[in-house]
Each structure stands twice: as C-alpha cells, then as structure tokens.
Write a protein that binds this ligand. Structure first.
Ligand code: ADP
Ligand code: MG
Length: 334
C-alpha cells in the first residue's frame, strides 16, 4: 500500500517532495517560466530552469520564492500544484496528509494561501512547519530531548540559524544571505576586476569548482568565458580560489555573525550542549568549500556538514510525519 503522507520542502532554489515509504520522489528547481503577454505558465521546474537567462523578450523564468518570501503568490501556487500533480497526489493517495516546510519569513496570509493550494491539490490535512526545525530532524538530531542542538541551513535565498531544545526553537535568526548572494558577489567581482560580464550559471560554476570560504584551504583555478564589457566580444580568463574567497568574504561573514548572535542569545546550559555536540550544517550552501572550517574557527565549536545536506529538510518532513502519528495515537489512548 502506498504511504499517505507527503512532505514538501518548498525551498527558494529547489523543491523536494518526500513520500512516506518511498523517500524523495521529486527534486526540481523552484523556477516557473511565464509568458508575459498572456500571463500563462509555460514550464515549471527542470524545464523552466533550462530557460533561465536564455528566454526571448516575452518569456520570463522566475523564482517565486527567491528571497525567502513569497514574491508572487499565484506563481508559487501554480508551482506547488504542478509538482503535486506530478506525484499524482489526487489519484494515488487516499486523503494524504501534507507537511509543507516553507520559508520562515512568510506572513500568516501567505501561510493560509499555501495551505489552500495544497488542499486544492488533494491534501486532506495540511501542516506547515518551520524550516530549521525540519532540517535539524532530517540531519539526524534528536531535538526532543531537553538539550541544545544548533543547525545552520544555508539555502539559495536565505540562511536560517536555530538552536532547538525539547522539540522547539529556542533562539533563531534568518538572513537573506546564502548561495544566491555568493553567486552575485562572484559575478560582480569578475565584472569589476576583469571588465567581463558572466551569467548567473557561470558564477555558480565558479563557486562550486574553485570557491572556498577558508583562506588557504583550496588551490584551484578555472577558465571562464564571458563578454568583454569594452569590446562586446567573447573573452576567456582564469580565476583562482584565493580571489573567489576574497569575493565571498563579506557575505560569508554575514553568516558567521548571524550564527554568533544566535549563540550569544542561547541560555548557557544549552551552549554547553552545543560545545559537546557541535553545529550541523544543512542546505546546498553547506557544500561551500571551507565553510565548516571557517565556522568552527569563528564560533569555537565543532562544526559538521550533514549527510546529504540538500535532502535534510525533505527527509525531516518524513520523520516529523511519523512522529505526528505517534502523537495522535498517544492522544487516542489517553
Ligand atoms: P533552498 O532550500 O533555498 O531551495 P538549497 O538547500 O537547495 O536551497 O541550496 C541551493 C544552494 O546551494 C544554491 O545556491 C547552490 O548554488 C548551492 N550549492 C549547491 N551545491 C553546492 C556546492 N557544491 N558548493 C557550493 N554551493 C552549492
Ligand atoms: Mg532549504
């Protein structure tokens, strides 16, 4: 029999759908391609992602959740419906429960609208949960004990830092500095330093292949092509790890400071637990080379990258839905 629980990681860069008993069944970029003249949705997810930066004038590829808030609700709703119809929620599941993990900064009106979109797509009971909590659970932390657990989730649009104890968030902070900002800092650096224009995808490639957050930790270089700002013609240059580290420094330190602030506001008993257990990094930004080393040095606590950091939230929804079962059963017994 198919599971009747569905978890959704509605991320700023990627949407993942987890089905109980099956694991992650969908993993696509949170991008929607829209025809600006007819306002019609032309493509969603992977297909729309291929159009980014390559669309003719009347088509735009948008990321509706880009900054961790819902900029365009109708588009978010179409995206959610499209993904839910792709996993055949209506036909395969009998009244599924849906747990949606969405950005921490959305308003109650937006929460209500997300819930309604999921209900229209076939969800029976729809629950919303805060991202850092789900990420921590998905990273294997036992957040239900009376002890401190700290998670830093670095996504595309936002970084969420939280200390959790007894199943709840004790202190937290969310900033709009994450993977996208790293890319734009690299793009701006190449523009300023080499008078060369590159696209977002090239900037991201540089981050992945030569970027690092920690001085002296990586020594790589890469040839990149772009458009010369003076001649207007294509040109190739070589970039190395150290200059990319320099370009990323300011934004990486925003994350360090957010984490420090959260630690400073954490009750001392819980801080002591964090010194013992360390901080866990989740989200795609956890893959940034050297970010764990830098945070460990700055925070003076051990720092670990979660296993499969980009899957933590989706896997966490699965675990939380199972716990929900346990809680409901206990309630029935009493
Ligand atoms: P969100 O939860 O906001 O959708 P994700 O957790 O999916 O975000 O992470 C997306 C971000 O992770 C992107 O900015 C992407 O560039 C970044 N990322 C993915 N892989 C790597 C890597 N190997 N090194 C650095 N950044 C990475
Ligand atoms: Mg995320």
């Amino acid at each position: 029999m198919l599971g009747r629980d569905i978890g959704i990681d509605l991320g700023t860069a990627n949407v993942l759908v987890h089905v109980r008993g099956k694991g992650i069944v969908l993993n696509e970029p949170s991008v929607v391609a829209i025809d600006t003249t007819t306002k019609k949705v032309l493509a969603v997810g992977k297909e729309a992602f291929r159009m980014v930066g390559r669309t003719p004038g009347n088509i735009v590829a948008v990321r509706p959740l880009k900054d961790g808030v819902i900029a365009d609700f109708d588009t978010t709703e179409s995206m959610l419906k499209h993904f839910l119809s792709k996993v055949k929620v209506k036909s395969l599941f009998v009244k599924p429960r849906i747990l949606i993990c969405c950005p921490t900064n959305i308003t109650s009106v937006e929460q209500k609208a997300i819930r309604e979109a999921a209900e229209k797509s076939g969800g029976k009971n729809v629950y919303l949960e805060e991202e850092p909590k789900v990420a921590a659970v998905g990273a294997g932390m036992d957040i239900y004990q009376p002890s401190g657990n700290m998670v830093v989730d670095i996504g595309g649009g936002t970084t969420d830092v939280a200390v959790l104890s007894m199943g709840d968030i004790v202190t937290a902070s969310s900033i709009k500095v994450a993977g996208d900002r790293f890319d734009s800092e690299i793009l701006n650096y190449i523009k300023k330093e080499y008078k060369l224009l590159i696209g977002d995808r090239t900037a991201e490639d540089i981050k992945l292949n030569v970027g690092t957050a920690f001085e002296g930790a990586r020594d790589a270089e890469m040839d990149i092509r772009g458009r010369d700002m003076v001649s207007g013609l294509p040109r190739t240059i070589t970039v190395n790890s150290d200059e990319v580290r320099g370009a990323l420094e300011e934004s990486v330190y925003h994350i360090v400071h957010a984490a420090k602030n959260v630690l400073e506001q954490t009750p001392p008993e819980l801080s002591a637990d964090i010194i013992d257990r360390g901080v866990i990094l989740t989200g795609g930004g956890a893959y940034l080379h050297g970010i764990d080393q830098l945070l460990a040095e700055e925070l003076k606590v051990p720092v670990f990258v979660a296993e499969e950091p980009m899957d933590c939230v989706a896997n966490g929804t699965g675990i939380l839905l199972e716990n929900l079962d346990r809680v409901q059963k206990q309630k029935i017994k009493v």
